[in-house]
Design a protein around this ligand. Structure first.
Ligand SMILES: Cc1ncc(C[n+]2csc(CCOP(=O)(O)OP(=O)(O)O)c2C)c(N)n1
Length: 563
């Protein structure tokens, strides 16, 4: 017989799940849990400075490893602070198990101190959530939470544990099995045959690799299919890295800030194959005008995604890894010379960058210079804004899970704690964060966590002293009325970082930036460099929100073009 209190039971079950790290902040309602965690030899706790930071730190672990990230928060403000990170995980299908403390069950519903309805508030942003009613339920709930977070389409699960349940004693004879990812049913064989037939017949197909390909570990299968039948492959923001950017079939990102040639090719394709992608509006633009000439094959593990936004002529519900694997013997080798040639002509006519844009003190040049200085096994995190889109456009991603970015929710403040999480999961690797001055200020307190943990995170602040991407919309769509997007004070980010105990540098006008970057990247532990970026530097091309992807503003690098 085992006899433990609820808090000890939770910690023991987390150990049995193989959890090695938990990010969080203690408070009155989860102190028994922390007391039990203190006793754990197997789990390291990472004390963050804000619960949102803890949620994103756990996401950094989950996104970089594919395992479920775990975070703790107390009731009331602890729980409300962590909700943004949970919503972010929900929209990007990231496995997360969040355990919150709650006021004792006898006080629930009385407006007790630090009581909020965490269960109610988390319903629409979790894959599943629990309010624990008895200590015995924990034996079932903890493994089930991991199973749910990891199985099918991954996502966050929240467990709200009243304080009295954390202290209540339980005796039981046998430990439950840890929860794990369940095998998924394969796609229908008739549908697979029909999809292969459609691919074989297509003259101008384009594959689109989404985050689902990365979650499913299906990049190899995707590549085999791409190479066997010459499928040019675009990627969603979440899918970047699924095919190395230097692969001859890689078209880069599609959508709002895609290369012109990629969106143009999509306008002409006769078959669009979405693999683990969900037709997000940032990717498709005006959906009725997306791939107007194409039939659609949609592979997804989540049946509710099929034909949600764009009718799928063939739907392959199942693990995308298995679907791609099953398609491989069914498709015929095909060089598709004419189609590839057509795309190459577009790529030559409309290059993503121009020589002027790749000098190191310009955004693209800076990002490319950093990429040259990093090893291929590094991680690249971003925040949200122009710096994120510049990175997505030109960073030479070469493997799945390399790129850590907030896609669906687009959460400023995501970058720093997520980068810390990835670094804690892979201490031997470099992690670089491209952030904006606006985004960094949203979770800047986590500089303290970075220093405390001595993580190998290098922070590159692309500082335009404005909310750049908002300013760009005002430039293009609101008659240059720059209201509430330009900051009025200059912040010395290097001084702030130093205040947290972090080594930091300012890239001053006229400095040798490549050399300074090399110094920063070679520093042991965390380090920040502040790089001034002109406010006028915009991220192009840009499809106006709600417009067709055929309408691309700016970024036409065609040699003789006058647009
Ligand atoms: C939490 C949050 N609030 C507001 C926004 C809206 N928003 C999107 S991009 C952006 C500006 C980002 O500025 P910065 O981080 O400095 O990056 P830049 O665009 O200048 O590179 C804002 C305010 C957001 N995405 N997230």
């Amino acid at each position: 017989m085992y006899t433990l209190n609820g808090a000890q039971l939770i910690i023991k079950m987390l150990e049995r799940q193989g959890v090695a790290m938990i990010a969080g902040i203690p408070g009155g309602a989860n102190l028994p849990l922390y007391n039990a965690l203190f006793e754990s030899p197997a789990i390291k706790h990472v004390l963050c400075r804000h619960e949102q930071g803890a949620g994103f730190l756990a996401q950094g672990i989950a996104r970089s490893t594919g395992k479920a990230g775990v975070c703790f928060a107390t009731s009331g403000p602890g729980a409300t602070n962590i909700l943004t990170a949970i919503a972010d995980a929900y929209l990007d299908s990231i496995p997360l198990v969040c355990i919150t403390g709650q006021v004792p069950a006898s006080l629930i519903g009385t407006d007790a101190f630090q009581e909020v309805d965490t269960y109610g508030m988390s319903i629409p942003i979790t894959k599943h959530n629990y309010l624990v009613r008895s200590v015995h339920e924990l034996l079932h709930i903890i493994p089930k939470a991991f199973e749910l977070a990891l199985s099918g389409r991954p996502g966050p699960v929240l467990i709200d544990v009243p304080k009295n349940i954390q202290t209540e004693m339980i005796s039981f004879a046998e430990w439950p099995e840890p929860g794990c990812r369940l095998a998924q049913e394969s796609a229908d064989s008739l549908q697979l045959a029909a999809a292969a037939e459609m691919i074989n017949r297509a003259k101008r197909p384009i594959l689109c690799l989404g985050g689902g390909v990365i979650h499913a570990g299906a990049a190899e299968e995707a590549r085999a299919l791409i190479e066997k039948c010459s499928l040019p492959a675009s990627m969603t923001l979440m899918g970047l890295g699924a095919l190395p950017s230097n692969h001859s079939m890689a078209l880069g990102m599609l959508g709002m800030h895609a290369a012109r040639s990629t969106n143009m090719a999509l306008q002409q394709c006769d078959l669009f194959i979405a693999a683990g992608a969900r037709f997000d509006d940032r990717a498709t633009g005006k959906i009725v005008e997306f791939c107007p000439e194409a039939s659609v094959i949609h592979m997804d593990i989540d049946p509710s995604e099929l034909s949600k936004l764009k009718t799928a002529h063939i739907g392959l519900v199942g693990d995308v890894k298995e679907s791609l694997h099953a398609l491989l013997p069914l498709v015929k080798p095909n060089e598709r010379k004419i189609w590839r040639n057509q795309i190459e002509v577009l790529q030559e006519m409309y290059p993503m960058t121009s020589p002027k844009a790749v000098i190191p003190d310009k955004p693209y040049g800076l990002i490319l210079k950093v990429s040259e200085l990093l090893k291929e096994n590094c991680f690249v995190a971003t925040d949200v804004g122009k710096h994120q889109m510049w990175t997505a456009q030109v960073y030479p991603f070469c493997r799945p899970r390399q790129f850590l970015t907030s896609g669906g929710l687009g959460t400023m403040g995501f970058g720093l704690p997520t980068a810390i999480g990835a670094s804690l999961a892979f201490p031997e690797r470099q992690v670089v964060l491209f952030t904006g001055d606006g985004s960094l200020q949203m979770n800047i307190q986590e500089l303290a966590t970075a220093v405390e943990q001595q993580v190998n995170v290098k922070i590159i602040v692309m500082n335009n002293n404005s909310l750049g991407l908002v300013r760009q919309q005002q430039n293009l769509f609101y008659e240059k009325q720059y209201f509430a997007s330009d900051f009025q004070i200059d912040i010395d980010f290097a001084a702030i970082a130093k205040g947290f105990g972090m080594k930091a540098f300012n890239a001053r006008a006229g400095c040798d930036l490549p050399e300074l970057l090399a110094v920063v990247l070679a520093e042991p532990g965390p380090c920040l460099i502040n790089v001034p970026i002109g406010r006028e530097e915009e991220v192009y091309p840009m499809v106006p929100p709600g417009a067709s992807n055929s309408i691309m503003l700016g970024g036409c690098n065609a040699e003789k073009c006058k647009c």
